[in-house]
Write a protein that binds this ligand. Structure first.
Ligand code: CA2
Length: 153
């Protein structure tokens, strides 16, 4: 069974515990459970990984680049958190693994927020982008990944 990576960046472990007006009441554990169930319905095994460390996110992208090349992974849904707006390293990692489809996902509509959230270093390397649908965006991104890159039944 091919794998799909759900990757979350800094502070997303706090989901559902603070700033509910911005990010809702759903916890990261809830998101990961519904993502894994939806991936299984599509016939994929989800791996969920969150880190507050940029290097750990880079290592996970590299690992999935290798799995993708071996035909063992379909792609990745990635909310890079605030690293979205700062990390050329994440941009380079996604470009560097050459082919792994990464769907960038943001819970909030970053374009309706502060100007410093309007630019993403990840977007030019992403295969698709889902923004502003709350935590449902993770499932929308999963559907998009499977529809665009999954095997045709
Ligand atoms: O809207 C998104 O998904 C963001 O990626 C979330 C990031 C933010 O820096 C981006 O601009 C947009 C922040 C994640 C912090 O998550 C928290 C969740 C609950 C409580 C506090 C922080």
């Amino acid at each position: 069974m091919q794998k799909i990576l759900l990757l979350n960046g800094p502070n997303l472990n706090l989901l559902g515990t603070r700033e509910p007006q911005q990010y809702g009441h759903t916890t990261l554990a809830d998101v990961e459970a519904s993502f894994s169930a939806a991936a299984a319905r599509h016939g994929y095994e989800a791996e969920c990984f969150q880190s507050n460390w940029e290097g750990a996110l880079l290592d996970k992208i590299h690992e999935y680049g290798r799995l993708y090349k071996a035909g063992q992974a379909l792609g990745c849904v990635f909310n890079p958190g605030a690293f979205t707006h700062t990390s050329i390293a994440l941009h380079d990692a996604i470009k560097g693994v050459d082919g792994l489809p990464v769907i960038e996902c943001h819970i909030s509509n970053v374009h309706a927020r502060e100007a410093f959230r309007h630019h993403s270093w990840v977007s030019p390397a992403a295969a698709g982008i889902v923004i502003g649908f709350g935590v449902d965006g993770y499932l929308i991104a999963l559907d998009g990944l499977v529809r665009k890159f999954g095997a045709v039944a």
